[in-house]
Write a protein that binds this ligand. Structure first.
Ligand code: ADE
Length: 373
């Protein structure tokens, strides 16, 4: 990942990005952090890039031309297709979904304003996206750019070691992280819960899930509204189950995998709740045929349960009619199949990751819509 920060204070970026995990990632070549001083593109002999605002008022405005030329230089360094992001409090606040989306880019150009801001005409021409890091006003965009680079870099392969890995983020499930403890077992008369010393991983996971929910209720009850119990249902071959397991790990920390390859499960009644999020994974075109699918969904029912289908049956061609039929079949069962992803190579983790990201962003959008309705 290549970052290029356009700023009047490049030292601020270089110092902070050269330290700790970002510094290590840059030394190891996993990320590149370049800075461009907007002042270097001043047409003025005193290197001034700001001027008084038309219409009067306090503060100065950064001129359009130096910013325009700095962006051109940044594109030459970072790639012509690199997205230009203007760091500003007048924008949507950065969240984990956005961070993961940005991590899929090859290069990002981060434009930092100062004073009263930048001449709006150049922003209209060069900026692809506007991002804020919180609903407060900073003295400039540099701290925002650093926050963004830090959060995005955690998702760049190689940046975090296995120990530091971000694979399981509880924010993924819209839950806060459970509490962590290390030695000694008793500190200031406070004893670590015995479950954590039991070595029973099933029990430990259940305990952690419960703690996450308790903590979220206490500290961020707003997140719980967007929280779902992820269920990944596999039907198809044995390798389908493996994909389902892998996918479940990508999309959720606490998700469960259900194996519908086993006839026993098909025969059991399965009721999905409103707060379930079901992802069906199927690698068999045969099973996706209407007559066979109704057998599979026969015992299933939901309560407007949101669902997605990952189709890895690798049947090329026009599936629109078929997909509509599949969606209709699920709808009759109270399961709202929102999207069907047709994937050729289930071993490609990047594609699976992109699918998971899309699922989460669709769910976040739905949650937002519900709040306004
Ligand atoms: N520049 C000034 N305030 C900011 C904020 N909250 N987020 C991003 N950039 C900013």
């Amino acid at each position: 990942m290549k970052f290029c920060v356009l700023t009047l204070f490049p030292d601020m970026i270089r110092q902070a990005a050269g330290t700790s995990i970002l510094g290590r990632a840059a030394s190891n070549g996993y990320i590149e952090v370049n800075t461009i001083n907007i002042r270097d593109f001043s047409a003025n002999k005193h290197n001034r890039v700001d001027d008084y605002p038309y219409g009067g008022g306090a503060g100065m405005v950064i001129e359009a031309e130096p910013v325009f030329r700095a962006v051109e230089a940044a594109k030459r360094k970072t790639g012509e297709n690199a997205k230009v992001i203007y760091m500003t409090p007048q924008a949507k606040v950065l969240d984990q979904t956005k961070v993961e989306e940005l991590a899929m880019e090859d290069g990002l150009i981060l434009l930092c304003g100062h004073y009263e801001g930048i001449d709006d005409r150049v922003l209209q021409e060069v900026v692809d996206d506007y991002i804020s890091i919180g609903d407060y006003v900073l003295t400039g965009g540099e701290l925002g750019a650093l926050v963004l680079m830090d959060a995005v870099s955690r998702f760049v392969p190689g940046v975090l070691s296995n120990d530091e890995s971000s694979q399981f983020e509880s924010l993924q499930d819209n839950l806060l992280e459970y509490p962590h403890y290390t030695r000694p077992e008793i500190w200031h008369d406070k004893k670590v819960d015995s479950v954590l010393l039991s070595g029973d991983h099933k029990k430990i996971n259940a305990w952690r899930y419960e703690q996450s929910v308790i903590r979220t209720k206490e500290r961020r009850p707003d997140l719980l509204k967007n929280s779902y119990n992820v269920k990944v249902v596999s039907f198809g071959s044995e390798s389908c189950l493996e994909t389902a397991q892998k996918y479940c790990g990508i999309i959720s920390r606490y998700g469960t995998v259900m194996d519908y390859n086993r006839n026993k499960l098909i025969k059991q009644k399965k009721i999905f709740a409103k707060k379930d999020l079901v992802v069906f994974v199927c690698d068999s075109a045969e099973k996706l045929k209407e007559e066979n699918l109704s057998e599979i969904t026969f015992k299933m029912s939901g309560n407007n349960t949101p669902a997605f289908l990952i189709d890895i049956s690798s049947e090329d061609g026009e599936n629109t009619g078929r997909n509509e039929k599949i969606m209709g079949l699920f709808k009759e069962k109270g399961i709202e199949l929102i999207r069907i992803y047709e994937i050729n190579d289930p071993a490609d983790e990047k594609i699976l990751g992109e699918t998971a990201l899309d699922v989460r962003s669709v769910m976040n959008e739905r949650a937002k819509r519900c709040r306004y309705e």
